[in-house]
Design a protein around this ligand. Structure first.
Ligand code: SAH
Length: 234
């Protein structure tokens, strides 16, 4: 079976792995949005005591924060170096209930179907050749009644202007080449993939960046970066 992954994307994240926990480095936007998405996930899914898999966890910014909130977290990714960084950081910070594995979401879904209370898959679908297959795997990983959370980038001229030109070229919030416009995903597409796999979509949120205040916030505006909460019917 061929792997649903783009080797160039994986090595791009691998090359930057040592910078993952530098809050002022290339991954600064992930550090800055982390409290927002963490509170949103926790508010809906009630993390303490829950089993969570974080798909495409990278260096573990969200995975580790969810474990600190009291969840039992497994982070998975297909890029080796970010996973090593995540593991080292977890050891250094002494966070319990946190493990990492190099395995594809599809393979884990075959191995442990309906094993998790919560599945998170953030800022990852727009880096994958077949995102619908990852969505399906996330739907298979969650228990009946459990929550699945996605975040990605919308595909329209404004998203291209802000997320590619603005973020990578003007404000230099992200390295050039971080995002490929053709891989961006409309909320309607993501919602359809979720429903096709039997997930009920519970709500979209927009995530915006204000260049004047240099702050991120959640809103109803899903035109650029957005999150989706879904639930598997009990
Ligand atoms: N989810 C994390 C990291 C986002 S960066 C966060 O939001 O903080 C995107 C991550 O997706 C990288 O770590 C990259 O290695 C991973 N990724 C890309 N393609 C993947 C695939 N096919 N399977 C698993 N992870 C993948």
């Amino acid at each position: 079976m061929s792997l649903n992954a783009d080797p160039q994307e994986l090595s791009k994240f691998g090359e930057l792995a040592h910078r993952w926990w530098d809050a002022d480095g290339e991954f600064r936007p992930l550090h800055e949005i982390n409290p927002l998405r963490l509170d949103w996930i926790d508010g809906l899914a009630r993390l303490p005591g829950k089993t969570v898999v974080d798909v495409g966890c990278g260096g573990g910014i969200l995975a580790e924060a969810m474990a600190r909130r009291g969840a039992d977290v497994l982070g998975i990714d297909l890029s080796t170096r970010p996973l090593r960084v995540a593991q080292l950081h977890a050891m250094e910070s002494g966070v319990a209930n946190l493990r990492y594995r190099e395995i594809a979401a599809e393979a884990l879904a075959t191995e442990s179907p309906a094993a998790f209370d919560v599945v998170t898959c953030m800022e990852m679908l727009e880096h994958v050749p077949d995102p619908a297959a990852v969505v399906q795997a996330c739907g298979e990983l969650v228990k009946p009644g459990g929550w699945v959370f996605f975040s990605t980038l919308n595909r329209n001229p404004k998203a291209w202007l802000l997320a590619v030109i603005g973020a990578e070229h003007v404000l230099k919030l992200l390295p050039k080449g971080t995002h490929e416009y053709q891989r961006f995903i409309r909320p309607s597409e993501l919602g359809r993939w979720c429903r096709q796999t039997g997930l009920a979509t519970q709500g979209f949120k927009g995530m915006g960046y204000n260049p004047l205040t240099q702050r991120y916030s959640l809103s109803a505006d899903t035109s650029v970066n957005y999150l989706l909460a879904c639930q598997r019917p009990a």
